[in-house]
Design a protein around this ligand. Structure first.
Ligand code: NBP
Length: 485
């Protein structure tokens, strides 16, 4: 490398597949950034620099030269395959970086791996930052939502660089220092879980409008476009209308009808549910969305049941107000899914010792990422007004919105059940709401059952203490703990 490139770049990117290339171009397009680039296979680097001479990249074939091209404190963002690829690059950089330098993993790492990596690297004095980056290829190029973890000290250097490339929502860059070590990747994981739930709810709304409402995909696209002008406005509603409007060039049929109805996933939804289970947080909306994809991808079971089920229910008769009912059911179910996602963030922050600012998280999701929507302003307002609310469903705006849509929500879930349309998302959201809203739950009976077969004990509603009934004896009650009279 020539002497003139030593210490020239204020930021480096390692890994120049689609995400790394786009992020590098985004960085290079912002005032004040000079971007060093490196990829294991040099041909990829040459392609990028050849296609984008305007970016003024400082390209290196050898990693030593890449490291030398970085200004101190050296800051490099890794955008390679999560897992072994990320570890290989981290090792290369740790061998060459010095205390105070910053390694950022911008890939889709599991937050537990990020915690372990930070623990391993921090004794070297090098900062390790796990940063969740949402927005896909286009977001990486034009402005993603960025969720960095790591130390507050590293954020002083990194923050302005990330702010320069992040999406802008209402004048504010969609990036904030989420918390230490794995906080950024944790919050990105929950973002993806919420994304699963949101997509499933929208898909259920489509199914209802088609199967019960009798509308064709193009007409449903128009309904969604209308919804996108109101309280349901979001990127996902917008792109859903586009997908529904698409016509297959080969057959002339609606695109949605020629796509195999087996949904795939890459794992972050599963991680969200696994972690929520560990944290004891009910995220039924997210779990049902993950399971709905799993059910869709079981062709043998679907075919087996279809072979024995000879008669399916007829769609209920509905009038023109049905679409409005569905929009209200969708909104109420969406509020539940987001409330559950934020509950998981709160519980994760408590368990892992992160000081997560919930209204800032809602704000950085307003732009760049897949769940971007005006709606997130309402969540930010709710947590801004009272950071300690027990659930978003308690916040006045959401309490009113759900109460207003409640009757429609119930009609839609009942209509779906009578029509044989699966609505795991709408149904579980309504049951969750009813569980929280009920004065008494049958959990009392479950406690009785547990005490019967396993002497698991129970508490009484009318006095303190822990009790057990001698079920196989004379069925009298004994007190096993707490104050006795
Ligand atoms: P890929 O995930 O396809 O990974 C390809 C890159 O990893 C190439 O640069 C490749 O180098 C490099 N690599 C591999 Br594979 N093993 C390596 C190793 N042992 N040492 C060094 N480099 C190695 O790239 P991508 O699709 O651009 O995604 C990058 C990251 O961003 C991933 O973590 C991915 O999960 C994440 N991602 C995020 C979003 C989002 O919306 N946030 C979307 C898509 C991807 P080579 O050229 O030498 O083979």
């Amino acid at each position: 490398m020539s002497e003139s490139t030593v210490g020239k770049a204020n930021i480096g990117v390692v890994g120049l597949a689609v995400m790394g290339s786009n992020l590098s171009r985004n960085l290079a397009s912002r005032e004040g950034n000079t971007v060093a680039v490196f990829n294991r296979t040099f041909a990829r680097t040459e392609t990028l620099t050849g296609e984008h001479p305007e970016a003024g990249f400082v390209a290196s074939e050898a990693i030593d030269d890449f490291v030398a091209s970085l200004k101190k404190p050296r800051t490099a963002i890794i955008m390679v395959q999560a897992g072994a690829g990320t570890d290989a690059v981290i090792d290369e950089l740790v061998q060459r970086f010095e205390p105070g330098d910053i390694i950022v993993d911008g890939g889709n790492a599991n937050f537990q791996d990020t915690i372990a990596r930070e623990k391993r690297i921090s004794p070297t004095g090098i900062h390790f930052v796990g940063a969740g980056i949402s927005g896909g290829e286009e977001g990486a190029l034009k402005g993603p939502s960025i969720m960095p973890g790591g130390s507050a000290e590293s954020y002083e250097t990194l923050g302005p660089i990330l702010a320069s490339i992040a999406a802008i929502a209402e004048g504010e860059p969609c990036v904030t220092h989420v918390g230490t070590d794995g906080a950024g990747h944790f919050v990105k994981m929950i973002h993806n879980g919420i994304e699963y739930a949101d997509m499933q709810l929208i898909a259920e709304a489509y199914d209802l409008l088609r199967t019960v409402g009798g509308l064709e995909p193009a007409a449903i696209a128009d309904v969604f476009s209308e919804w996108n002008k109101g309280y349901l406005e979001s990127y996902l509603i917008e792109i859903t209308a586009e997908v529904l409007r698409q016509v297959d060039a080969k057959t002339g049929k609606p695109f949605v009808d020629i796509v195999l109805d087996e949904a795939g996933s890459k794992g972050t939804g599963v991680w969200t549910v696994q972690n929520a289970l560990d944290l004891g947080i009910p995220v039924g909306g997210i779990a049902e969305a993950v399971f709905a994809r799993a059910v869709s991808s079981k062709p043998n079971q679907r075919a087996a049941v279809q072979s024995v089920v000879t008669a399916r229910p007829e769609a209920q008769k509905v009038d023109a107000s049905f679409a409005d009912d569905v929009s209200k059911a969708l909104y109420a179910s969406k509020v539940v899914a987001y409330a559950q996602g934020f509950d998981a963030i709160i519980a994760g922050a408590e368990k892992y010792g992160w000081n997560i600012n919930k209204d800032k998280i809602a704000k950085i999701w307003r732009g760049g990422c897949i769940i971007r929507a005006q709606f997130l302003n309402r969540i930010a307002d709710a947590y801004d007004e009272n950071p300690d609310i027990a659930t978003l469903l308690e916040a006045p705006y959401f309490a009113d919105a759900v109460a207003e849509g409640e009757a429609a929500w119930r009609r839609v879930v009942a209509t779906a059940a009578l029509s044989g349309v699966p609505v795991p998302g709408f149904g579980s959201a309504l049951s969750y709401y009813d569980s929280l809203a009920s004065k008494r739950l049958p959990a009392a009976l479950v406690q009785g059952q547990r005490d019967f077969f396993g002497a698991h004990t129970y508490k009484r509603v009318d006095e303190d203490g822990v009790f057990h009934t001698l079920w196989s004896g004379d069925r009298s009650e004994i007190q096993t703990a707490g104050s006795s009279h």
